[in-house]
Design a protein around this ligand. Structure first.
Ligand SMILES: Nc1ncnc2c1ncn2[C@@H]1O[C@H](COP(=O)(O)OP(=O)(O)OP(=O)(O)O)[C@@H](O)[C@H]1O
Length: 268
């Protein structure tokens, strides 16, 4: 029955009642700050959900929890119905990738582009205790560099020899090398200039179709959301302030906070 419901709704990822606090210090005094307060969301297969909110509202913390990098204090994250924080479901994480804003610090500066793209695949061979198939890895890396719009000659280069947009393309190639079903994009285009942002968003759209991917896109930038997302959550002080299920109805938002975030883009 559960399976039927899951298939009917086509829910890939579901977070229920997520709560998270951190101990922080202010003027040498420790205090507990609630960063996420009873957050629930779900993502349908093949869709892109945007999460927009002010700096410090808890978006990246939520991103780390829904990708299994960090544990919530309470609440459950399920991927295809499996709790991702349970040890016996750790394979689920193979279906999840992340692309961060800071593409420079998210790659090893001593690795060539080929090594950067291949790294997750090599790790997955190691984790599965299977023999590393060098030819298969080389073929895959050569295929992917072209898929993300760069030529094979980039494979020998190092991160400091690439532009921001080129390096983010490499990070995207690395994110899809293990053939995930879901990618969390945390401010993945925010540091790029506008025309490069559009190029990367177009690439992400293309990959979404070709690989049947699902995305959650965390951003400050509503233009990114309107460009690529199907639905959007307005996030404030660790809570969902408002959700628009169909991005075409963005003008119907009700809360002042959401309107304020929208004002720069749409006139009311
Ligand atoms: N490991 C941690 N220890 C203590 N406090 C933390 C930790 N990680 C995040 N925080 C705090 O949690 C709050 C939310 O941070 P988070 O990075 O999730 O927000 P954000 O909405 O992604 O912000 P930004 O858009 O600026 O990246 C902030 O007050 C931050 O200082």
């Amino acid at each position: 029955m559960n399976k039927e419901i899951k298939n009917k709704n086509n829910i890939l990822l579901k977070a229920s009642n997520i709560t998270k606090s951190y101990t922080q210090k202010k003027f040498l005094k420790k205090f507990v700050k609630t960063v996420l307060n009873d957050v629930s969301l779900s993502l349908e297969q093949g869709k892109c959900l945007g999460i927009i909110g002010e700096s410090g509202s808890g978006k990246s913390t939520l991103g780390r929890i829904i990708t299994g990098i960090e544990k919530a204090d309470s609440g459950i994250v399920e991927f295809e119905g499996k709790n991702i924080h349970q040890k016996e479901n750790r394979n689920v994480k193979n279906d999840i990738s992340i692309v961060f804003q800071n593409y420079v610090s998210s790659v090893n500066p001593r690795f060539s582009v080929a090594q950067i793209i291949a790294e997750p695949l090599i790790i997955s061979f190691q984790v599965n205790k299977s023999k590393i198939d060098k030819k298969k890895i080389d073929d895959e890396v050569k295929k992917l560099i072209k898929i993300v719009g760069l030529s094979e000659e980039f494979l020998e280069r190092f991160p400091n020899e690439l532009s921001g947009g080129q390096l983010q393309r490499v990070c995207i190639a690395r994110a899809i090398v293990t053939k995930p079903k879901f990618i969390l994009l945390d401010e993945a285009v925010s540091s790029l200039d506008v025309s490069t942002q559009v190029e990367i968003l177009d690439l992400l759209q293309k990959l979404k179709k070709e690989y049947n991917l699902s995305y959650i896109f965390i951003t400050h930038d509503l233009l990114t959301i309107t460009y690529i997302c199907d639905s959007v959550i307005f996030f404030k002080d660790g809570k969902i302030e408002e959700k628009i299920n169909d991005i075409r109805n963005l003008k119907n938002i009700k809360k002042d906070y959401s309107k304020r975030l929208l004002e720069a883009v749409i006139e009311f």
